[in-house]
Design a protein around this ligand. Sequence first.
Ligand SMILES: [Zn+2]
Length: 265
Amino acid sequence: MTTQYDEAKRLLPIIAAAARADQHLTYQIAAQRLGRPKNNARTIAQVCDLLDAAAAFADVPLLALTTVLTADLRVNPAAWADIEPEIRNAIINRSRNDRFTNPEIKAIDAALDRLKGYSNRTAWPYLATLMPSGERRLRLAGVGTADYSDAIDDLGTDSPGVTTFEGKRYARDPQVRAAVIRRAGGKCEYCGKLGFKCVNGSRYLECHHILALADDGADRMTNVIAICPGEHREVHFGKRRAAMEAEMIAKVKDAEALRSTKPAE
Ligand SMILES: [Zn+2]
């Protein structure tokens, strides 16, 4: 079976050559260069997303994002669609303005090898375990993180992790998180065990977006569950993750039904 990784390895030199020559490809043309039918554009978009995960891993601007475009020569509108437009524009501009030197291409290639076995869908959550995705987005945008000291993000969140931008406050994520932690009352909403005790006396639980925001999951209490850290990793990387996801959807539904019968705090 041909994997995304295999195709990414073949596609990287093709995209790199185009970028160095200041040319663009479209998903259709990239498909043809790989000997695939033109209607494989969607598959190619996924391969490009994996290549960009490798670029992010290597701390290099995103090569595929601005080199492989839609049929009408636009940056894929689905890419980074869920983040502040200013940050999205900054990520795109940084990639457009990069010359993609040989060392950068080599770094992307090496990072890709470290992502062997991952798809674009699993690579980004994996990267988020190494660096909060909000911080990574700011790095990709070339923005210093000093102004974003209260950026909040953690494993599994596909939200921007930026709570302030140019004076505007996006408080949705911390509020949802706090409300879910209140709903859990210290107990894991998946297995029912108490979280361990923190120095401040609270119980430790992690909030997980059941459907990632990137997959149109809502940033709502109905889509967020407070769980043990081990289960949090398992639901991202474990063999049972699909089954766990289904169980979590059911458990949150029950928790929300129970909450709606209680008087508001
Ligand atoms: Zn648990």
